[in-house]
Design a protein. Structure first.
Length: 299
């Protein structure tokens, strides 16, 4: 079986595959827009994909806004599920903002660099882009790009309620979410974090969590953690903080327990394990339950 992170990368890669030269027009999602944005400090170009709710054109209200990374895969999933919950399950309508990979970069290359908190020690990862070495550890800089440039652009362009911002990530994308949670938690009001790669760099996020707890008396955040029940270590193998021997379910249970142990007054966390789901299949369930944990419903 493929390693969890490879499975997720494969999903991302399939979405960005070029269309056949058939001359037929591409399928376009209704009520969506694409905007270019230059990351000044990073000196890279990105795009944001924006999906507007059904009532947007005929309303003056401000909507909760969902920011989702790995947008090449996740944006249409989040847009469609959020839309369906609003239409058929009484959930609040939302604006969905998808955060693309850097222009000119392969998705695997871009997310390794932008979503990871450190350069992993003694790594043997190979670059998927010929002539360019694999890059890691720019999550802090990418998070600043989101805070300083993406969020203000969305606030100035769309009728969104910036007091109800939701971050959505999966796998490496959840590492980025944890990076912001443990440095600038108020960047978002709610975090939906699926299958975080807590094994990364020998469990560096456990070190970050301990450091935060030593330096702070509160953590103002709402977090929904979700993971597939099949993301466990194979029987007979000894658990460790390595990708090959990680038990992602137990890692997440341990991390959530450590957060709860500090009894931060403003922290709310919830963890759900979805049986019979693996790293590649669990994201839609994490998303649905994570949205329901935060957005109100009339039903």
């Amino acid at each position: 079986m493929l390693k969890p992170i490879i499975l997720f990368m494969a999903l991302c890669a399939t979405v960005s595959a070029p269309l056949a030269a058939s001359g037929t027009p591409p399928y376009v999602l209704d009520q969506t827009e694409v905007r270019d944005i230059h990351a000044t400090a990073l000196n890279r170009d990105y795009q944001v994909y924006v999906a507007l709710p059904d009532s947007y054109r005929d309303s003056k209200k401000r909507y909760p806004v969902l920011f989702v990374v790995d947008a090449n895969y996740a944006f249409p999933v989040v847009r469609n599920i959020a839309q369906r919950l609003a239409r058929h399950a009484g959930m609040e309508e939302v604006v969905v903002v998808g955060l693309s990979y850097a222009k000119g970069d392969d998705g695997v290359f871009s997310r390794r660099r932008d979503y990871t908190p450190t350069v992993p020690r003694n790594h043997t990862y190979r670059s998927d882009m010929p002539g360019r070495k694999a890059l890691f550890g720019e999550a802090a800089a990418y998070g600043q790009f989101l805070s300083a440039e993406v969020l203000p652009m969305i606030a100035a362009t769309y009728r969104v309620n910036m007091e109800r911002k939701v971050f959505i990530g999966h796998s490496y994308g959840s590492l980025l979410g944890l990076q912001m949670l443990l440095t600038e938690p108020r960047t978002f009001n709610h975090y939906i974090l699926g299958s975080p790669s807590l094994w990364y760099d020998a469990g560096i996020m456990f070190d970050r969590e301990r450091a935060y707890a030593r330096a702070h008396k509160d953590l103002p955040a709402s977090v929904f953690f979700g993971i597939g029940g099949m993301e466990r270590l194979a029987p007979g193998k000894k658990r460790s903080r390595s990708e090959e021997d990680a038990d992602m379910v137990e890692d997440l249970r341990e991390f959530d327990a450590k957060l709860k142990s500090h009894k931060f007054a403003s922290l709310k966390t919830r963890l759900s394990v979805f049986d019979d789901e693996d790293h590649a299949s669990v994201f839609p369930l994490v998303l649905t339950h994570g949205l329901r944990a935060y957005l109100s419903s009339s039903k």
